[in-house]
Design a protein around this ligand. Structure first.
Ligand code: PXP
Length: 236
């Protein structure tokens, strides 16, 4: 099982002070040297964390796979074509959401999504679609010629009790099985953390998990010891 590390929230921390650290590119290099199989970054339309300049630095520095999460807005697609990430993952984007709330509704809006997929493909960029674990969406993704999907694990991750957690896990298992029967490459992500990842990692057919927030949160806690010691040594 591969892991893609999403570094958006390294950039979120930087933006709190509108400063220069923590530097997302440095974070990406640490992630790669710690075993990340890809680096994921989302260029949001409001640029609330990752900026274009980060992407160009990441493009030069990332040696594994640079996976650009993006909406299908025309100016963002244009940036992707210039940047040439190793993969683009298309996500729905609402300006006011805190994070990506649901999957792409490919079944409802195939035409616009297909145009973006084809424009990226013409520029040599393989495309994955972030969708809910739903046969209708998987079938619609197949119809527009996509070969890679990322299943949204948010409903599973946010389930309030064991019954719904099991229901959403089953949904992910069934969706993966269905997608594999249609020869898709299957990835998954959103809301995965140190308590829930093993069930998703156990699903046969999923190749890669994309995880961001929980890793950045964990890094802040496990890194505090060294950070305080270094500051204390300087003070003394
Ligand atoms: N995959 C996709 C498509 C996402 O939009 C996100 C959130 O940016 C993630 C994975 C990672 O989610 P989280 O930060 O909750 O681990």
């Amino acid at each position: 099982m591969k892991i893609g590390v999403n570094i958006d929230h390294i950039a979120s921390l930087r933006q709190i002070r509108n400063g220069t650290e923590p530097e997302p590119v440095l974070a990406a290099l640490v992630c790669e040297s710690s075993g990340a199989d890809s680096i994921v970054a989302h260029l949001r339309e409001d640029r609330r964390h990752i900026k274009e300049t980060d992407l160009y630095l990441l493009r030069q520095a990332v040696k594994t796979k640079l996976n650009l999460e993006m909406s299908i807005a025309s100016d963002i697609v244009e940036i992707a074509c210039q940047l040439q990430p190793d993969q683009a993952t298309l996500v729905p984007e609402k300006r006011r959401e805190v994070t990506t709330e649901g999957g792409m509704d490919v079944a409802a809006d195939p035409k616009r999504i297909k145009e973006a997929v084809e424009r990226l493909a013409r520029n040599g960029i393989p495309v994955s679609l972030f969708i809910d674990p739903d046969k209708k969406q998987i079938t619609a993704a197949g119809k527009i010629g996509v070969k890679m999907i990322e299943l949204h694990t948010g409903r599973f991750a946010e389930a309030k009790n064991t019954n719904s957690r099991n229901k959403y896990l089953k949904e992910l298992i069934n969706a993966t099985r269905f997608a594999k029967s249609k020869s898709f490459q299957v990835f998954a992500g959103h809301g995965l953390n140190y308590n829930n990842v093993s069930e998703i990692a156990g699903i046969k057919g999923i190749e890669e998990l994309n995880i961001g927030y929980s890793i950045v949160c964990r890094a802040a806690i496990v890194g505090l010891d060294a950070a305080v010691r270094q500051m204390k040594a300087l003070i003394n």
